[in-house]
Design a binder for this molecule. Structure first.
Ligand code: ZN
Ligand code: ZN
Length: 247
């Protein structure tokens, strides 16, 4: 008997939480969270800003938290890590949790599988999965943020939470560590406070790097998302809670 091809065996990214939604059955709110099926691993990247909404969307998407192998939290801002302690208690015992070192001493749960990363380091999570720690400031307060990097056969897939260090600086830093072209840049690009002219210059610079596809979410802002559409045309994903991106 011919086997039915299951879409979900193909590598893909499912947006769990975003400022916008792809359908009314999903909740949305300030923040970002997605789950990635890649190289046989299930990786949760960020948690969004409201744990109840996060769980609601996980249920709508039939996501089993017990099957997650790695949890990567970008940074310690509420819109990326709401309910982290509750989440940890719902994970499988062998799930690895990778947090920026700013979470140290702020996690209530006593879980031996927590790994803290520092800024300036490229961390191997799995043979083709990495995080890069970056230091920046937000309203004068230092932040350590990690970005997630997947080494896919089509090119690099880069996921950012808020990109506080600057999306261009992040891309430049990653290019210093990897020879691969960038296939997909996805996440919050932190452009809410930038003028239209500044965003346009930035998008043109990203475009010149021949990034195949972009999926601007969260703090990229509505204005930023529209500008990406007008400059990257059909290479932009329209993203909201529930959106699925096949890799
Ligand atoms: Zn954010
Ligand atoms: Zn932030």
């Amino acid at each position: 008997m011919a086997k039915m091809k299951n879409n979900h065996t193909q590598d893909h990214i499912q947006i769990i939480y975003d400022d916008l939604t792809s359908a009314t059955k999903f909740e949305c709110g300030k923040g970002f969270a997605c789950i990635i099926d890649f190289a046989g691993e299930k990786i949760l990247f960020d948690l969004g800003g409201d744990f109840e909404k996060f769980i609601h969307n996980c249920n709508q998407l039939a996501i089993d938290l017990n099957l997650i192998n790695h949890v990567v939290i970008s940074h310690r801002h509420w819109d990326h890590c709401a309910g982290l302690d509750s989440l940890i208690t719902n994970l499988a015992a062998n799930c690895q949790i990778i947090l920026p070192s700013s979470f140290r001493n702020n996690i209530v749960t006593n879980n031996r599988n927590i790994r803290y990363i520092d800024h300036g380091s490229l961390n191997v999570i799995h043979p083709s999965v990495f995080t890069l720690g970056l230091k920046s400031r937000w309203w004068g307060i230092p932040i350590i943020e990690q970005v997630l990097i997947l080494q896919h056969h089509k090119g690099l897939i880069i996921l950012t939470g808020c990109a506080h260090a600057g999306i261009m600086q992040i891309v430049n830093k990653i290019e210093q560590s990897f020879k691969d072209q960038i296939y997909l840049l996805i996440g919050g690009f932190h452009l809410s406070y930038h003028s239209k002219a500044k965003i346009t210059t930035l998008i043109n610079r990203l475009n010149s790097k021949e990034i195949a596809q972009v999926a601007p979410c969260h703090c990229t802002s509505i204005k930023g998302r529209q500008l990406f559409k007008s400059l990257f045309h059909n290479r932009v994903y329209d993203v909201g809670s529930g959106t699925e991106i096949m890799l």
